[in-house]
Design a protein around this ligand. Structure first.
Ligand SMILES: Nc1nc2c(c(=O)[nH]1)N[C@H]1C(S)=C(S)[C@@H](COP(=O)(O)OP(=O)(O)OC[C@H]3O[C@@H](n4cnc5c(=O)[nH]c(N)nc54)[C@H](O)[C@@H]3O)O[C@H]1N2
Ligand SMILES: Nc1nc2c(c(=O)[nH]1)N[C@H]1C(S)=C(S)[C@@H](COP(=O)(O)OP(=O)(O)OC[C@H]3O[C@@H](n4cnc5c(=O)[nH]c(N)nc54)[C@H](O)[C@@H]3O)O[C@H]1N2
Ligand SMILES: [Mo]
Length: 833
């Protein structure tokens, strides 16, 4: 049945790709079958790949495992031999000469010296020894955030944590750049981490929902990739939703400052809202619903706590004496009074599902967005009913698609009971932090800092900060080891990062490519790509366990992450090495993970084949149980909120949180509150009048694949595109194709103009992930368009301490000769010093 479903899906998928200009391109070579193709996988989908003479030649979609292959998979081949590959371990010239005492301002400017692996291992091991001895374990930052690749063995970050735990511990991180604010706030509100919660299943939505509100989400773009391997079934459901719009008159409203890929694909009604003002809009909808007598008083009474106090706030009876009506909100959010009143009428008059994305929580006071959206769902009162309520994961990793619970084995453990360093793991097993070998590392007591506070931490050692209703003291960091992430793309305020990192004695980067971060490092270790090693993984939805066959030999002298850490540990001794590998090769770990999984599978009679059979076939498929098609989020809670209480102190959805009230944060009060963000349209100046947003890119995964031909699909004269409204363009005498300077007090980037009504007037859009290409010798301008140069480092609030992704900027035409792009070629090398 699944296969037939899949085949009809493919046909429709192809049709979608050809009829909608901005829908996902499909490069589906699924007919081109070949006996010698071997299974591998990526964040973009499973692949069948061909290698020849040790080289990765080509790849086609693994169509039995992928309902809607996307073009990004082609980037996996393209990146492998790109000019940006790192061939050999490399050390910055000044660092090779002076070690940790070198002139750090030369990072990014110095030439590079290639060294042997032996030299590199010794250099890294000796520096680790020095820092442990002189400053202690908390001086080593191993939090190393980033998306790397898929595979249970070669998770560069778990392995980094494992190595550092064996050696003495390290400073790690908590939460993610994806979900910092939502993950911090929602446990107080609904008692669970809503970013990872199970969504009401798509078949239920297709049957029952009459109004779908897609709020700050762009699922047609962001479901292209998954944290585990995507099977892209969500695209089949979005196509069916489109059919239901025609057949059943289902209405879809997209609320976003951008007419995004999803609005375009569904031809949805678009409410164009000012960035970071949604909370005001939601409050006005609640207020107007109350006035119409449409707020669900029964639901509020039975299932929530704090509604009466919150209503006072809406009615203007609180301290701010402001009535949160449509008129009030309209001035803030740029949506007309009439439209707001219309939304208040239609919300809840039909079966309404609020699908929230995560873009809006990457903003000052970002916590308020999902808190208030949940409160709005309470006013509508359909939580726990089929097709009603809210869900904050339909845009991510095929959220809402019915899936089985796969029998998972354990992944390589962090050798510490208290590391909690990584988030859920894109591999076969869930992260296990219990070591299987004995040793003193079991008791490591690592400090975890909020992931996006890394610069504050380096700048303020010993400072006590507020975080998630607790206090935390920053350690003094002397060294950072980054593997599988690109902080010089992902962190706000890139110029501040460059300056701040100068305080670190040593910065090590382990990556496959000469990314901006690698270029700013002292020691660079070349990692093999996921197609250059064997591994094992699973689809994000648990439908498949997937064999990852080595397709090609590692490029140059690159090694798998597992080999690299083993090499470093060998410098410390056999005991350390043994604790890390437990005497197993990578292939033995792969078998171990599979067999642990099979053991669980056998207990449930799943009929999983022996390892060799699995490895030859390339995958195991799991049946989806019927109940997964019928899942309704919070149905049990609705049935009986006394027995099935949610995990908050009151057991109800908390509109007022006493826990948060107790923390007494000025920037995150006791109930959802409209607070002006630090930079928004409401406080724009003549100097910086445009509100920048930086959503996720269509033709790459963050900065990954930007070093392939895929960038040609969007770039303007080799620069990142900036979308600007026709009226804002006219005022600046700009036309599509012009190169502009986009700037504020934090820095300047060059970008290529696209004039389009797809952005609201006053709003401009640059996607995140463009490689940073600064002219460091001169003015520091990024000539390629890394948007994070412009975004502030300030935290969302004292509660989540999360990252932002919006800013105020100005745009001017760039005059003069266009600087060349250097970041997509090799850096400068020197003969050995
Ligand atoms: N302005 C703005 N900034 C943002 C966001 C935004 O919306 N706006 N979004 C944020 C979000 S949600 C996220 S998740 C972050 C993402 O930030 P990152 O996860 O840091 O971004 P990636 O480009 O995926 O970086 C992963 C790196 O791992 C490397 N890599 C791949 N495979 C391997 C491997 O097998 N071994 C090793 N050692 N390395 C490997 C890749 O080459 C790449 O350099 O960005 C955040 N930053
Ligand atoms: N193609 C592709 N897919 C991806 C990724 C990728 O890099 N490329 N990254 C993956 C990762 S790591 C993550 S965390 C997810 C991210 O998933 P999200 O965080 O949901 O994605 P974004 O693109 O940042 O934002 C979604 C939408 O929010 C809108 N938005 C921004 N600010 C506001 C606002 O203030 N109000 C409203 N109403 N809307 C706003 C944006 O215009 C965009 O259309 O995507 C994943 N999927
Ligand atoms: Mo993310």
């Amino acid at each position: 049945m699944q296969r037939r479903e899949f085949l009809s899906g493919m046909a429709a998928a192809t049709a979608v790709g050809t009829t909608s200009s901005s829908a996902i391109d499909i490069i589906s070579n699924s007919l081109m079958n070949d006996e010698s193709a071997r299974m591998t996988a990526s964040h973009f989908g499973p692949l069948r790949a061909f290698g020849k003479n040790g080289r990765f030649e080509s790849a086609m979609d693994a169509s039995e495992l992928d309902f809607f292959p996307v073009s990004l998979t082609q980037g996996v081949v393209a990146r492998t031999y790109d000019d940006t590959r790192i061939a050999k371990p490399s050390v910055r010239k000044g660092y090779l000469k002076d070690g940790y005492k070198s002139d750090k301002s030369m990072r990014g400017k110095d030439e590079w010296v290639e060294v042997s692996w032996d030299e590199a291992y010794k250099l890294v091991a000796n520096e680790l020894k020095r820092v442990y001895k002189e400053h202690g374990s908390s001086a080593i930052y191993g939090g190393s955030y980033g998306w790397y690749s898929v595979g249970s063995v070669n998770n560069p970050q778990t392995l980094l944590g494992r190595m550092l735990n064996i050696l003495g511990g390290y400073t790690t991180r908590t939460l993610t750049y994806s979900t910092h604010a939502i993950r911090a706030i929602m446990p107080y509100v609904s008692g669970t981490d809503e970013s990872g919660a199970l969504q009401t299943a798509w078949p239920v939505i297709l049957k029952h929902t009459e109004l779908v509100v897609i709020w700050g989400a762009d699922p047609i773009n962001t479901n292209q990739i998954a944290w585990g391997v995507p099977d892209h079934e969500s695209y089949i459901y979005f196509r069916k939703l489109k059919e239901q719009m025609a057949k059943r008159g289902v209405k879809v409203i997209v609320i976003d400052p951008v007419y995004n890929n999803t609005a375009d694909y569904l031809n949805a009604q678009h409410i164009s809202v000012n960035p970071t003002t949604d909370v005001a809009l939601m409050m006005a909808i609640c207020y107007e619903m109350m006035k119409l007598g449409k707020a669900d008083e029964n639901f509020l009474k039975k299932y929530t706590s704090g509604a009466e106090e919150f209503k006072k706030y809406l009615n203007g009876e609180a301290e701010d004496k402001t009535v949160k009506d449509a008129k009030w909100a309209s001035k803030i959010c740029g949506v007309s009074e009439k439209e707001i009143k219309e939304l208040a009428k239609v919300f809840g008059s039909k079966r309404t599902m609020l699908m929230g994305g995560w873009g809006p929580q990457r903003a000052h006071h970002g916590e308020q967005f999902h808190w208030m959206l949940t409160v709005l769902a309470c006013f509508i009162g359909q939580i726990g009913l089929p097709g009603g309520g809210y869900g904050f994961g339909y845009h991510y990793s095929d959220g809402g698609c019915p899936s089985p619970a796969a029998p998972v084995g354990s992944s390589l453990a962090l050798a510490s009971g208290k590391a909690a360093g990584s988030s859920a793991f894109p591999g076969l097993g869930a992260m296990s932090i219990v070591p299987s070998s004995e040793g003193e590392w079991k008791s490591r007591d690592n400090i975890a800092i909020p992931v996006s506070r890394i610069l504050d931490c380096i700048n303020n050692p010993g400072k006590e900060i507020d975080f998630n209703c607790k206090k935390l003291t920053y350690p003094e960091l002397k060294m950072a080891y980054w593997a599988g992430g690109n902080p010089y793309h992902h962190h706000p305020d890139t110029n501040l990062m460059a300056k701040t990192f100068e305080k670190l004695d040593t910065f090590i980067v382990q990556d496959c490519f000469w990314t901006a971060s690698a270029r700013m490092a002292d020691i660079v270790l070349p990692a093999a790509t996921e197609q250059e090693r064997n591994d094992i993984t699973k689809s994000h939805t648990n439908k498949f366990i997937i064999a990852m066959h080595k397709i090609a030999e590692p490029y140059g002298e690159a090694k798998s992450d597992y080999e690299i850490y083993s090499g470093i540990l060998k410098e410390f001794g056999d005991k350390e090495l043994m604790a890390f590998t437990e005497g197993k090769t990578e292939m033995e770990w792969i078998k171990h993970f599979y067999n642990t999984s099979k053991k669980k599978g056998d207990e449930s009679n799943l009929g999983m084949p022996e390892f060799d059979e699995f490895w030859a076939k390339g995958y195991v498929e799991f049946k989806i149980p019927q109940h997964a098609y019928e899942y309704v989020k919070q149905a049990e809670f609705r049935k009986n909120p006394i027995i099935n209480r949610v995990g908050t102190p009151s057991g109800k959805i908390e509109i007022v949180s006493k826990k948060i009230a107790k923390a007494a944060y000025a920037d995150c009060p006791l109930h959802p509150t409209w607070m002006e963000p630090m930079e928004w349209i409401g406080n724009k100046t003549d100097k910086y009048p445009l509100n920048l947003v930086s959503p996720h890119p269509k033709y790459r995964l963050h900065s990954q694949l930007n070093n392939t031909w895929l960038r040609n699909l969007e770039e303007v004269k080799g620069r990142e595109p900036v979308w600007i409204h026709p009226e804002d363009a006219k005022a600046r005498k700009l036309k599509s194709g012009d190169i502009v300077k986009v700037f504020n007090d934090r820095g300047t980037v060059l970008a290529g103009v696209i004039v389009t009504e797809f952005v609201k007037k006053g709003v401009v859009r640059i996607q995140e992930g463009g490689w940073w290409d600064p002219v460091l010798e001169k003015d520091g301008i990024c000539v390629h368009g890394n948007v994070n140069v412009l975004v502030p480092n300030e935290p969302t609030s004292s509660l989540a301490c999360g990252n932002q992704a919006t800013a105020l900027v100005q745009i001017e035409k760039f005059e003069g000769e266009l600087p060349s792009i250097k970041v997509f070629s090799q850096p400068k090398f020197s003969k050995k010093a």
